[in-house]
Structure formats: structure tokens, C-alpha cells
Design a binder for this molecule. Structure first.
Ligand code: HEC
Ligand code: HEC
Length: 231
């Protein structure tokens, strides 16, 4: 499960890095509007959109997966976002082809759209109507959240991080475990996104919520610097 999730996140990041700016394929937004009708049973998009059964889809392209503020995502989507995965045209295309194949455990009940063309039309409609997240237009991949960005910008003290890490390595051993992810070598932006999601409760896990609520920004930056450098 872990490997799958990290793999997806890596894929999403790779797709994002490789994708040229917005230039979406030949999707026709007008046809996409018709195709969006079944989605509208659960999702809003455009001006004044709010969360309903599903999250609103404004700014979707370039937005972190499963992290829209004020919406309770399944653990699966929240975890992908906490690892830094973003919605790009490529990840969205794969998700819409088969939501449950792409994210086993998603709460979205939708069988998927077989036709490549229909998915392209739909994605063109979503991009046009809901716009593209600022993070992407700014060429900024993994830190959509200002709180995360400000911590990532801090100069983490590796030695202080090493000192603090003894509290973490009791659980996070070098190789990770059955239910405990490996955190060594994580990019600081991914690490900090995860920690902040636990600290503010967007991502729920009792131990991690408790551990992170005690950490200040400087301490998180120090830990991020240490774990990024740790082999
Ligand atoms: C029956 C209700 C329902 C329908 C129909 C539906 N969705 Fe969803 N959708 C959801 C729910 C619930 C979630 C949250 C899933 C989770 O947390 O695992 C979701 C999540 C999503 C997400 C992830 C958003 C994010 O911020 O990570 C996208 C993208 C999405 N849906 C697009 C669509 C599109 C496009 C369609 C139409 C082709 C559609 N959905 C149809 C209920 C629905
Ligand atoms: C009592 C065991 C325990 C301790 C102590 C602990 N963690 Fe965790 N940590 C976990 C578990 C279990 C998860 C996975 C939770 C989940 O499924 O969301 C996790 C998840 C994480 C993640 C997200 C990783 C990912 O791939 O999504 C990060 C980052 C993290 N921990 C960092 C830390 C740091 C830094 C410390 C020390 C300050 C720490 N943890 C202390 C058990 C622990």
C-alpha cells in the first residue's frame, strides 16, 4: 500500500514536472460542459462554488490532491496530497478513467470515463471554468500552502534536527515498517507538507497529530533538513 501511494505521488510529480504549462490537448470545453453533468450531482465548479458531496473543483489543475481546505477527504486522497502529489492534466486523466483503480479507497463513487476524447473534453472544461491553481502558473510544484512555503523557506538546522529526530526514529526506522512510512530522504517540501497536514489536522493520525502539535516552525524546518540529508 505504501509503495503504491508513494509511487503514485512520484508519478504525479514527474508528470507535473514534465508537463508544459497549461497547453491542454485538443479537448473541447463546450463538449466537456455536457460531460460534466453527472459530476455536477456531487461537485460545483466556477464562481461561488462550494463543497458539496464532493469538493469544489476550482483551481483543480495544479492543486494538491486531497487537500482542499474545509473538505474531509478519504485517507487515500489526503495521503497522496500530503506526499506532494498534485492534480495535473495527466493525473486527472488517469483518475477519471477509473477513480478506484487509480486511488483504491477513494470515496468518490463513479465508474470512470472510458473514452480518451471525452476525458480530454472534460478536463478542458474543468481547466477553463475553474481555472488553474496559482501554484502551477507560478511554476511552483509542491508548496501550495503558504504555511508550508514559509517553513520550507526557513534554513533548517541539521544538527538540531538530528537531536530532535530521536523522538521520531523510535517509530520511523531506516526502512519504514508495515504501517509506518520511511521518512528518510524525503524532499523538505514533501516532508513539511505532511507535517503541517498533521499539525493542523487536515490529515488524521492520532500519534502524528499529537507529535506535530508540539513542534514549532523552526523545529519542523530542522527536522526536514535532517531527514532530507539522512541516508
Ligand atoms: C456521487 C458523487 C460524485 C460524482 C458523481 C463525482 N464525484 Fe468526484 N468526488 C466525489 C467525492 C465524495 C470525492 C472525494 C473523494 C475522496 O475523498 O476520496 C470526489 C473527489 C473528486 C476529485 C478530487 C478533488 C481533490 O481536491 O483532490 C476530483 C478531481 C473529482 N472528484 C472529479 C470528478 C469529476 C470530473 C466527476 C465527473 C466525471 C466526478 N468527480 C463525479 C464525489 C463524486
Ligand atoms: C509512535 C510512532 C510515531 C512517532 C513517534 C512518529 N511518527 Fe511519524 N508517522 C507514524 C505513522 C504510523 C505514520 C503514518 C500515519 C498515516 O497513515 O497517516 C507517520 C507518518 C509520518 C509522516 C508522513 C509520511 C508520508 O510518507 O506520508 C511524516 C513526514 C512523519 N510521520 C514524520 C515524523 C516525525 C518528524 C516525527 C518526530 C517528530 C514522527 N513522525 C514521529 C508514526 C510515528
Amino acid at each position: 500500500m505504501r509503495a503504491v501511494r508513494s509511487g503514485l505521488a512520484a508519478l504525479a510529480l514527474a508528470a507535473f514536472a514534465a508537463a508544459p504549462p497549461p497547453a491542454q490537448a485538443e479537448g473541447d470545453p463546450a463538449r466537456g460542459e455536457t460531460l460534466f453533468r453527472p459530476c455536477a450531482a456531487c461537485h460545483m465548479i466556477g464562481e461561488d462554488a462550494v463543497h458539496r458531496v464532493g469538493p469544489h473543483l476550482n483551481g483543480l489543475i495544479g492543486r494538491a490532491i486531497g487537500l482542499a481546505a474545509g473538505y474531509e477527504f478519504s485517507e487515500t486522497l489526503a495521503a497522496a496530497g500530503a506526499e506532494g502529489a498534485l492534480w495535473s492534466e495527466a493525473t486527472l486523466d488517469r483518475f477519471l478513467a477509473g477513480p478506484r483503480e487509480y486511488f483504491p479507497g477513494t470515496r468518490m463513487v463513479f465508474r470512470g470515463i472510458r473514452s480518451d476524447d471525452d476525458r480530454a473534453h472534460l478536463i478542458a472544461y474543468i481547466a477553463q471554468t475553474g481555472g488553474v491553481a496559482e501554484a502551477q502558473t507560478a511554476g511552483q510544484g509542491t508548496a501550495p500552502d503558504p504555511e508550508v512555503a514559509s517553513i520550507v523557506a526557513l534554513e533548517g538546522d541539521v544538527a538540531y534536527g538530528a537531536y530532535l529526530s530521536s523522538e521520531c526514529t523510535a517509530c520511523h526506522s531506516a526502512s519504514g515498517g508495515e504501517d509506518i512510512p520511511a521518512i528518510r530522504g524525503l524532499a523538505p517540501s514533501v516532508f513539511v507538507t505532511g507535517i503541517v497536514a498533521y499539525r493542523n489536522g487536515t490529515r488524521e493520525h492520532q500519534v502524528m497529530n499529537t507529535v506535530t502539535r508540539r513542534l514549532g516552525d523552526e523545529e519542523i524546518a530542522a527536522l526536514a533538513a535532517y531527514f532530507a540529508s539522512a541516508e
